[in-house]
Design a protein around this ligand. Structure first.
Ligand code: HEC
Length: 178
């Protein structure tokens, strides 16, 4: 009985001591000190993919269109097929699976208005969204947006190219029916 009373007193003392704990009195370390528990410093390394508001490299990637290469196009095709084709379809006509199940039908990329639109328009639609389409800024980083834009341009060209646009050696192959 005595022991139980002693334990109660002890618990009460601990509880009351808890009440006295103050957020301001937490152990803190100077920003640049070592913190072996975290395997680094007190200031933690931001997780991969964290973007600083004034990230100069990202700002640069938004403003500057990367040079057109076949690697960029291949990347654009891959990203388009992942992020855009569910609604726009693999060829950009706007008849993807989700549209077949009730999403509003987007304008075909072969519509004269979109054939005439500049690259920036496509980039901005991916960044900000457009009407019923939501923004892809969180999922598609700026360089990939440019890659997708390049691929959309290739899709558009594929339906409006003249034989004179084809390089000579490819033309020979075409004419030979290869
Ligand atoms: C979940 C379905 C969906 C996905 C995924 C999607 N879109 Fe869209 N998109 C739409 C819809 C719906 C519209 C038409 C919106 C409207 O007119 O209200 C549209 C419109 C557009 C337009 C036309 C804008 C105009 O001027 O008419 C472009 C360009 C476009 N999307 C590009 C893309 C690209 C690039 C991607 C991939 C990064 C993508 N979309 C992913 C549904 C989607």
């Amino acid at each position: 009985m005595k022991a139980a009373a002693a334990i109660s007193v002890l618990l009460l003392a601990m509880l009351l001591a808890g009440c006295d704990q103050n957020m301001e009195e937490q152990p803190t370390g100077p920003s640049y000190s070592a913190m072996p528990q975290f395997g680094g410093g007190t200031m933690r390394t931001p997780p991969a993919g964290t973007v600083a508001q004034d990230d100069a490299a990202r700002e640069q990637a938004i403003r500057q269109k990367p040079p057109l290469t076949s690697a960029l196009l291949a990347r654009g095709q891959e990203r388009f097929d992942i992020y855009c084709s569910p609604c726009h379809g693999r060829t950009g006509q706007g008849n993807g699976r989700i549209v077949q199940r009730g999403m509003p039908h987007p304008t075909s990329f072969y519509d004269p208005r979109l054939l005439a639109a500049d690259d920036q328009h496509f980039f901005d639609v991916i960044t900000k969204g457009y009407g019923a389409m939501y923004s892809y800024a969180m999922r598609v980083p700026p360089r990939d947006r440019w890659a997708i834009v390049a691929y959309i341009r290739a899709l558009q060209l594929s339906r409006h190219a003249a034989l004179s646009d084809v390089p000579d050696e490819e033309k020979t192959k075409l004419e030979a029916g290869e």
